[in-house]
Design a protein. Sequence first.
Length: 154
Amino acid sequence: MSVGLFETDTFKYDKDKEDVEDNSHDHSSHAHDHSSHSHDHSSHSHDHSSHSHDLINNIEGFTSVSYETFEPFSLRKFQYFLDNQISQNVFRAKGILWFMESERKHIFHLSGKRFSLDDEEWTKEKSNKIVLIGKNLDHQTIKNQLSSCRFSKD
């Protein structure tokens, strides 16, 4: 089951805010065999001085939060977390989830504003394991929010 996490019409891409020049090109439209000829790469060069990639500034603040529990989640509470609590700074998440309402293992993927939740049979001990990746994440808040997703009889 794939479900939208946020309204897509509220997300607008702004090319002017893109801070990294796109220098990529597609090789899928042509193919060539490198086994029958060689290339002399000493006769040409690529000048990368016209643009820069400040790698230090691009990776500062990026972090991941890991969470694990051997107690099942409530599907309703986890859905609330996704709909109302997850930080806008989370851009990727993956996990193996155990919901009290299901006998199956659920494989969770979040990318940007979309997520998928697939299911299969358990082959190992049941648990919840999830990793969230983003920028400037509040680790303790996220862990507390995920802890509140645990099933309770209330």
